[in-house]
Design a protein. Structure first.
Length: 81
């Protein structure tokens, strides 16, 4: 399992939905404010880069958002009869 997918799998559904809402707000506003998505992206980036914080916060927010959408889509697919 990849690191981002593993991270998302450990979050509760409400946090995943909140991060999707945060992403949609970022797309509307064109900037990243203080939000759950940003704080989780920062934490994940710090963990993966061993504190060097290499990379862009935007890249990590996109990765988290993609995996969040994937998780919700899989939950919907699994719920169908």
């Amino acid at each position: 399992m990849n690191i981002v997918r593993d991270f998302i799998s450990k979050l509760d559904r409400q946090d995943v939905l909140r991060m999707i809402e945060d992403w949609e707000q970022i797309e509307r506003d064109g900037r990243i404010g203080d939000c759950l998505l940003r704080s989780n992206a920062h934490a994940l980036m710090e963990k993966i880069t061993k504190g060097t914080l290499l990379g862009s916060i935007l890249i990590w927010t996109e990765k988290l958002t993609f995996e969040s959408y994937r998780r919700i889509a899989n939950e919907v697919k699994e719920a169908k009869p």
